[in-house]
Design a protein around this ligand. Structure first.
Ligand code: FAD
Length: 398
């Protein structure tokens, strides 16, 4: 760790790193608690706070630590530190880095020209540029390669026409990674190109969508003959599929933090059972059916923790199996839903919640409304089950 993180010499162990980081988060993280599913800023002051917080994490050397040192990474970086970073952010319920920004950073590092890296990477580190992803379309989600947005070559330029959906953070992002079809005569995976797109170009319309959480986190984005010069191509014309599937490189270990998230949710649930009271004044936790339900959930949380930690160990050894990611994500997202459902069920049987449970009630409502999204984003559960069946169990394609 550099001196900028704490003003002191490098800690000698991961534990010292964790303590230093905890102190940093305690001192610098924005006061507001991170609520699942409500991440998008609602006013300019909130937006400035988030950008400032992300910039502080980069500047201190915690975020982007796995980047090559010439672009601001730490020369002695180890992937375990990415995991510790995410765990400590979750533990503190602090605002977390945006997936889309991390994915854009890695795509730039792997496929960007020197000019593109020089222009965009410092702006990511300073919080000036927030990125979004312009991949999914009304008819192309799980089967992304069927996308229809066209980027037709016109001299050296490309003219983009089409529509994207589910664009997280599109309304406040400065840049987007766009996947569009440049050659319809090629195989559907081969004719796609990735572009780096400023989100305020003429010909682009961004329309936020209100979700049931009350938040406007996603956008529809329309392109009407939007013109892009050749400097916007990332990784070569018709090479887009490779660019967008290249993965998260060093920050893959972030997935391990999900184990802590589940553990904290379970502890919250136990606390809720203690504080939620039935009509006869007893706490729900005193009742045998609730105790049995909690015990059952605990075994599932422990199982999911082992699955996720096994995967992380393999990631750290660079010995990952193709179905590791799907397996860990499925275990995490499905149990997340189950924990939320249990909390809501518990609350629906209660007539009151004592003071300890007040903050938790709001959190559970937001998490419940958000939980289903986790079983769709980053690979829907049905798709992941199919992958696991084929890759891990060698079952035939249905
Ligand atoms: C929280 C969240 C954030 C997102 N952020 C972004 C973003 O920033 N940028 C972006 O481009 N996209 C984003 N998406 C979109 C996401 O990538 C898609 O929702 C996802 O790929 C699924 O596509 P779809 O919604 O079109 O559903 P579909 O692919 O139409 O699937 C609908 C249902 O059919 C099932 N299904 C589909 N195919 C099969 C199959 N072969 N076998 C079995 N079942 C199948 C699915 O499992 C699902 O239940 C986000 C989505 C969510 C929920």
């Amino acid at each position: 760790m550099s001196e900028t993180a704490s003003g002191s010499q490098a800690p000698s162990s991961d534990e010292a790193f964790r303590l230093e980081l905890r102190e940093f988060i305690g001192e610098h993280a924005p006061d507001s608690e991170f609520v699942e599913g409500i991440r998008v800023p609602t006013n300019p002051a909130e937006e400035a706070t988030i950008r400032g917080w992300l910039a502080a994490l980069y500047e201190a050397g915690y975020l982007g630590a796995g980047w090559p040192p010439e672009w601001g990474g730490q020369p002695d970086h180890r992937a375990t530190r990415d995991l510790i970073l995410m765990e400590e952010l979750i533990r503190a319920r602090a605002y977390r880095p945006l997936d889309q920004v991390m994915l854009a950073s890695h795509a730039l590092l792997e496929f960007g020209s020197t000019e593109q890296k020089q222009h965009y990477l410092p702006r990511i580190r300073s919080g000036e540029h927030i990125w979004c992803q312009l991949f999914s379309e009304p008819g192309a989600g799980s089967d992304l390669a069927s996308l229809r947005t066209r980027a037709e070559p016109d001299g050296d330029d490309f003219v983009v026409t089409g529509q994207k959906v589910w664009c997280t953070d599109g309304q406040w992002a400065d840049m987007g990674t766009l996947l569009a079809r440049t050659d319809p005569s090629l195989d559907r995976h081969a004719g796609l190109t990735a572009f780096l797109v400023p989100m305020d170009l003429p010909g682009m319309t961004v329309r936020p969508t209100r979700e049931m959480t009350g938040s406007e986190e996603f956008c529809e984005v329309f392109f009407d003959e939007m013109r892009l010069g050749p400097e916007h191509v990332l990784g070569g014309v018709n090479e887009g599929w490779k660019v967008i599937t290249s993965g998260l490189a060093s920050e893959r270990a972030f997935v391990g933090a999900n184990a802590l998230q589940l553990e904290m949710m379970f502890q919250d649930l136990v606390e809720l059972a203690r504080s939620a009271r039935l009509a006869d004044g007893s706490a729900t936790a005193e009742h045998e059916d609730i105790q049995i339900q909690l015990a059952g959930l605990l075994t599932k949380v422990e199982a999911a923790k082992h699955i996720v930690r096994d995967v992380v160990e393999r990631i750290l050894r660079d010995d990952e199996h193709p179905s590791d990611g799907p397996f860990a994500k499925l275990a995490y997202s499905e149990l997340y839903v189950e924990l939320c459902e249990a909390a809501l069920e518990l609350l629906s049987s209660a007539v009151s919640v004592d003071e300890r449970g007040h903050a938790a009630v709001e959190r559970w409502h937001a998490s419940f409304l958000w939980s289903r999204a986790l079983t769709v984003s980053g690979g829907a559960s049905e798709i992941l089950r199919g992958l696991i069946g084929r890759q891990l169990l060698a079952l035939p394609r249905a």
